[in-house]
Design a protein around this ligand. Sequence first.
Ligand code: MSP
Length: 475
Amino acid sequence: MKKILITTPIYYVNDKPHIGHAYTTLAADVLTRFFRAQGKEVFFLTGTDEHGAKIADSAEKSGKSPKEFCDEISDLFKKSWENLNIKYDYFVRTTDKRHEEAVKKFIEKLKEKDAIYEKEYEGLYCVGCEKFLTEKELVDGICPDHKTKPEIISEKNYFFKLKDYLKEIENLIRKNKLEIGPEHIKNEVLGLLKQGLDDFSISRQKERVKWGIDLPFDNNQIIYVWVDALLNYISAVGYGDNKKEFKKWWEDARIVHLLGKDILKFHAIYWPAMLLAVGEKIPEQEFIHGFFTINGQKMSKTLGNVIDSNKIVEKFGVDATRYLLLSQFPFGQDGDIKQEKFIEKYNSDLANGLGNLVARVLTLAIRNKIQDTNTKPEKEILNKINKTKENYEKLMEEFRLYEVLEEIWKLISFCDEYIEKEKPWKNPNPEKTISNLLYCISEIADLIAPFLPQTSEKIKEQLKTGKSEILFPRI
Ligand code: MSP
């Protein structure tokens, strides 16, 4: 398909943006730039999740009205993405009128399709997770993620008939009609489906949760924040509001959701089930990336180890931050981030690696008055470049961003070795060697473009003007 909708989760505004959020959003930005370079039309969607008890509590603690509070934090997300040169096409907020209307329409549709029923319910609710937990999920009676005791809540709610769709979802996943990647996560989802899942409640009583969207057919109830949130993916592209837009970016596009594994069940099971229930198309693909820890520990406010991406940008610059975040560990796996390692990696890969290579080659070119990047290089060089490009495209299609970077950096090392081997400074006729290298560098500039867009531009500029400037000063 030529059109692609790429999404990130919409982030809760109860907390400031941090590098966990930046990681997913950055990956979406890189993929968007890559697909565009391939001539595809891409819509990159991100935004903020602003309803629910958790956010209402945070607003109250800060002495602000919920809306005022949401506006402020939502802006912080936008600012962080701007600082990382992340260029989304649309920023959805669940407090947008357009979103709220779409959500109401969708819920009406679920009711019309008889996919909703009423039930008295008692359960253990964790406000941190904004979901009911089972006894099994608790550790010593406490939510393992939020270290708080869930409340026992008993109330009348509306339920979605999830069980009716589980078999179909399993089939869709097995047949890769809904492609869940990487493979080990797909198996995890199939495992969850095998265990069996219960219908889930799609509303909360208003006396307990006030900050949210009213349930259209019962004004004592508020729509459950997760149902509200998932619907951003369609409200943002015109569901119930603009048929033409919705056809273009939902019905006729390849839909790719990127997310962390913490919210897998909602995306891989609840979401497609809701869409099946109303007869809408389900996403083609969900890619679940790993979670990182900081020096081996979960990133958390209480531990005080939360890293702000803006701080890294201040220290290393935009492109370097983009590189540092994505070159830590493979995108689909868990990993650990050690901030001290950032400096080491910056110096070895950017200052001494890419930056030094470009400077060396340009100096040679200037000294020998060569400015040609178009002449086809020798076979050995061309083969290396073609092989790199082939691997690059394949890995990109599989979202293996870390491996893509490795592939580019292998080409950089190859060039360094080539210089050492050819020793153009000793050669009375170094023209061919230098033009080979210039060709490589202009290819490298293209390959890094989705990851390091400004650096890519700078290299192209330097090749054009024949002036060398330091790309990454050593730190
Ligand atoms: N609001 C929900 C999502 C609704 S989507 C319809 C939510 N928000 S969140 O603010 O908690 O963001 C969760 C997402 O942030 C994760 O799925 C992941 O994409 C990203 N990450 C947060 N912490 C992270 C790490 N430590 N490591 C990697 N990604 C992390 O859940």
